[in-house]
Design a protein around this ligand. Sequence first.
Ligand SMILES: *[C@@H]1O[C@H](CO)[C@@H](O)[C@H](O)[C@H]1NC(C)=O
Length: 232
Amino acid sequence: MSLSNLRCIGLLFVFNLFFGTDGYYLQMQFDCIFSRKDLQDIKFAELFFFNKVEHVRYNSSLRKYTGYTEFGMKCTQILNSDPAKLAEEQVRMDSYCRRFVSLVYCNILEKTAEPYIKLRSLKPVSSKHPALLVCSVYNFYPKAIRVMWLRDGEEVTFDVTSTEELSNGDWYYQVHSHLEYTPKSGETISCNVEHASFPQPKVVDWGMRPPESKPQATVARKNSLSGRKVEQ
Ligand SMILES: *[C@@H]1O[C@H](CO)[C@@H](O)[C@H](O)[C@H]1NC(C)=O
């Protein structure tokens, strides 16, 4: 590393070290931008700010630094002429982004929590049909879910109303679907739930009430006091 290079990097850090407590503010920002788990399309940027002004940015697509101020441009001249420095950035992209991204995938993007499903009968609100069933699906994550009604295995599309996916405020969601119907003897009415946490759709039949499935949450549950229970 040349002497001038050292000085440039030194300036960026020394302010923080010696004057940080007197109100100077150095900020470095790392951006890992990707859309695939294998990170084939990863892009990386490293931004240097001093007192909220961006001076220098490294961009992995350009494979070089760009200066945004007079000082920044002086730095980039030096930095860009140093192949070792540029190679170091590519290594940093790999080590920093890969580690971080794998954390994001296993802790956020691929997290699922299996809901528990409750089927019950309520007094109908309208007089159109004599029966009303409610399928309540509690404590699932992520939000995307599909709840539908089956009558002898066939999807029922009439006289069905559903709430939106309601946030509990603690990562979990709940949804409630209502079916108004006229019972026929011998038929089976079921609530069918498709969710990322199930390998295949879960079907709960009315009349043959299974013991309520306990939530098998893989996301740590927060204190239930913070959760909102919406009973419909
Ligand atoms: C990096 O450079 C590419 C190509 O010019 C540009 O599209 C992209 O927005 C830049 N990224 C950042 C974070 O500046």
